[in-house]
Design a protein around this ligand. Structure first.
Ligand SMILES: NC(=O)c1ccc[n+]([C@@H]2O[C@H](COP(=O)([O-])OP(=O)(O)OC[C@H]3O[C@@H](n4cnc5c(N)ncnc54)[C@H](O)[C@@H]3O)[C@@H](O)[C@H]2O)c1
Length: 281
């Protein structure tokens, strides 16, 4: 989408962090952000803050893991606000547990929100977005943790690698339609992601503190605070990337290095097994 003025942008996880940054950037550019979130109080505060700056924002409480509720809210939004142009499947949660001690309910929770939440967003909103024939764009929030592995956050890595795979195929499937697709891969962003447990639904069992060392946890906290971008800066980058129809919106270029190492390792192992690599396609 080149011009977002007047368009309707649905943003899951819009009450905090990156979702709020997207709403703010889109709103400043003239779009109408519709924030969806599981956290009612934070959602009200976020919408009020946007409206106070003159942005035409609104919100609805919904859990992205609830497919039926997502479908219902999609219908309600379309009926009340008209055609939906942008969809940011952004709601997400994190855990930090080495895989050898990860529990089943942690897997269920993180995959339900981070992966099934994105899938439920597509099931609920994509049909209406393609039906009206106007330009549109889908941004799925993955992570640089969806591009290379990171020790101790294997559940999160798994969910984000899956979002990358889904989004790459989605872009191919929607090629030639009016809907563009991008994968947002943030590096560190200064948000509330480390307090994700606040939103763990009872259905996924009692949460427990991250099972990594206090030092490792402090290092992550520090990185988020000191290296972390402001969510609004990420919102501006997404707007820029969307206007230029970029697919991978990677917020920190230094993460290209571990991505390259992953592919170099792959090339090395293929060459080792087969005595070389194919010269060209
Ligand atoms: N902060 C970072 O450094 C970073 C890096 C890479 C990727 N990300 C990704 O960015 C996205 C946004 O996270 P953030 O960092 O802004 O964290 P955040 O905790 O500040 O915001 C996440 C939002 O999602 C909402 N949410 C959680 N579970 C939900 C559910 N089941 N249904 C609806 N809403 C729900 C929360 O209430 C919150 O408003 C996530 O997908 C996260 O994995 C964050």
């Amino acid at each position: 989408m080149k011009d977002v003025k007047g368009s309707l942008a649905v943003i899951t996880g819009g009450a905090s962090g990156i979702g709020y940054g997207l709403a703010s950037a889109f709103g400043k550019a003239g779009a109408r952000p519709m924030l969806l979130d599981i956290e009612a109080k934070a959602l009200d505060a976020a919408v009020a803050k946007l409206v106070a700056t003159g942005i035409d924002a609104a919100g609805a409480v919904v859990d992205v893991t609830d497919r039926q509720a997502m479908r219902q809210v999609a219908g309600e939004i379309e009926a009340a606000h008209g055609p939906i142009h942008m969809l940011c499947n952004n709601a997400g949660v994190g855990t930090a547990d080495p895989l050898q001690i990860a529990r089943g309910d942690d897997w269920d929770w993180v995959l339900s929100v981070n992966l099934m939440g994105v899938i439920n967003g597509l099931l609920a909103f994509l049909p209406a977005m393609t039906r009206h024939g106007e330009p549109g764009h889908i941004v799925n929030t993955a992570s640089v943790a969806g591009l290379f592995p990171m020790r101790d956050i294997g559940i999160y890595n798994t969910s984000k690698f899956a979002v990358i795979g889904l989004t790459e195929t989605l872009r191919d499937d929607l090629a030639g339609t009016t809907i563009g697709v991008s994968a947002l891969c943030p590096g560190y962003v200064n948000t509330n992601i480390n307090q994700s447990r606040r939103n763990r639904q009872a259905a996924f069992g009692a949460s427990r503190p991250p099972q990594i060392s206090a030092d490792a946890m402090r290092a992550i906290d520090r990185a988020l605070k000191t290296r972390g971008l402001a969510p609004e800066a990420v919102g501006e980058m997404v707007l820029d990337g969307m206007r230029r129809d970029l697919f991978y919106i990677v917020t920190d270029p230094t993460f290209w290095l571990p991505v390259r190492r992953r592919f170099e390792r792959m090339a090395h192992d293929i060459a080792a097994l087969h005595g070389g690599l194919p010269a060209s396609e």
